[in-house]
Design a protein around this ligand. Structure first.
Ligand code: NAD
Ligand code: MG
Length: 397
């Protein structure tokens, strides 16, 4: 903290969460300075972000992109140094001068830099739920072995965190928690006739009714795999058993999740569906700062509805709950198979309704084994990707 300002690295800066994070940071130049920004494909946008935020480092996936961006930034007169690949990501996540790391890379690719930030005892703002789903036991052990502070960005987990008392990490029952109520919007297909689901397009799946997000998480929300991943995420973050986490559909997305206590109290966190609220909360915690999000108008909202999830419509929720119960490598395989299936759906190779079958097929083929080290997790991830890709290959013939 050389300048007295908190130094922030944003992993996945060009994404939906990355841009929302930079929006909040830019509102507080008295608190934060951007230390590093990373991008995978939108390099032209990264250049614009570097011009605006003037980070010390930028990270891109390969040498060709790096040389091009470096010469552009040099000619812009910007002194950002461009680094490359996984090594570059981990360097800016763990750099001694960094205070805060926003982990907002999508998917398994975010695991190693996020772990590097934890091991380097940073304040880690965790949006990348896939990292925790894959390697929960090892990730939480790394957290205990470090002085890192992990703050959840996923709106549901941020809400639960806000509704729990200090000391919850000693066990939910010790602080009187009966259940966690994980709310879900139900996505764009909550009410679509079941027989129409097979024909939905990627753009329809990405048109979320309440949230604006990246395409992968949007498809996950439409299949409710997102809620399944979030169930696993909640178990790790709050040391809960899968049967202590109940999923409730709440179509307005105004309540972001709830905690039910043994005395009958239910605490909820409410707000407009805008990720800048959990981002600002986690950036400033335990203080509060302006996020740019407008005040919730309950009279305008009018009503708050709740319903049980329909398991016939959303088989991914059942499959994910089973993986949570099986533990070991099952969640890593679930996540990897889902990443392959969602990518294939987004590229028009499979139907929306085939996503769940691919994932279940992979999990049925490969038994879960305990995860003793990161290599076990990465092997399970690779094996699930192989099996899912083989399924796609057979399907295409
Ligand atoms: P996005 O697709 O908009 O952005 C993803 C970012 O990751 C981009 O900056 C991209 O360049 C980078 N990236 C992609 N593949 C990469 C790779 N192989 N290596 C390095 N970088 C790579 O996604 P998003 O919606 O911002 O979501 C980011 C993460 O946050 C996801 O894990 C998602 O589940 C989680 N999340 C998002 C929201 C939301 O509202 N968008 C809410 C809760 C949690
Ligand atoms: Mg969420």
């Amino acid at each position: 903290m050389v300048s007295g300002l908190l130094q922030a690295t944003v992993l996945g800066a060009t994404g939906s969460i990355g841009l929302s994070t930079l929006d909040v940071i830019a509102r507080h130049p008295e608190r934060y300075e951007v230390f590093a920004l990373t991008a995978f494909s939108r390099i032209a946008e990264l250049r614009i972000l570097c011009r605006k935020h003037r980070p010390r480092y930028a990270v891109v996936p390969d040498g060709g992109n790096a040389r091009e961006l470096q010469s552009q930034l040099d000619s812009d007169g910007i002194r950002t140094r461009v680094l490359v690949g996984e090594g570059g990501l981990s360097e800016v996540a763990a750099h001694p001068e960094v205070d805060v790391v926003m982990a907002a890379i999508v998917g398994a690719a975010g695991l190693s830099p996020t772990l590097a930030a934890v091991q380097a005892s940073k304040r880690v703002l965790l949006a990348n739920k896939e990292a925790l789903v894959m390697s929960g036991a090892l990730f939480m052990q790394a957290l205990r072995d470090s002085d890192a502070v992990l703050l959840p960005i996923d709106s549901e987990h941020n809400a639960i965190f806000q509704c729990l008392p200090g000391g919850y990490s000693k066990g939910l029952s010790r602080v009187g928690v009966r259940r966690i109520l994980l709310t879900a919007s139900g996505g764009p297909f909550r009410q679509m006739p079941l027989e129409q689901l097979a024909a939905v397009s990627p753009d329809q799946a990405c048109a979320h009714p309440n949230w604006s997000m990246g395409r992968k998480i949007s498809v996950d929300s439409a299949s409710m795999m997102n809620k399944g991943l979030e169930l696993i995420e909640a178990c790790w973050l709050f040391d809960a058993q899968p049967d202590q986490v109940e999923v409730v559909i709440h179509p307005q997305s105004v309540i972001h999740s709830m905690v039910d206590y043994i005395d009958g109290s239910v605490l909820a966190q409410l707000g407009n569906p805008d990720m800048r609220t959990p981002i600002a909360h986690a950036l400033a915690w335990p203080e509060r700062i302006d996020s740019g999000v407008s005040a919730l108008d309950l009279l305008q909202t009018g009503r708050l509805d709740f319903e049980a999830p329909d398991h016939l419509r959303f088989p991914c929720l059942r499959i994910a709950r089973q993986a949570a119960q099986d533990g070991g490598t099952a969640p890593a395989m679930l996540n990897a198979a889902n990443e392959v299936a969602v990518d294939a759906f987004l590229k028009g190779r499979i139907r929306f309704t085939e996503i769940a079958g691919i994932i279940e097929g992979v999990l049925n083929k490969e038994a879960s084994v305990p995860t003793r080290c990161l290599a076990d997790v990465l092997a399970a991830d690779a094996q699930a990707r192989r099996l899912a890709s083989r399924w796609l290959h057979d399907h295409d013939r």
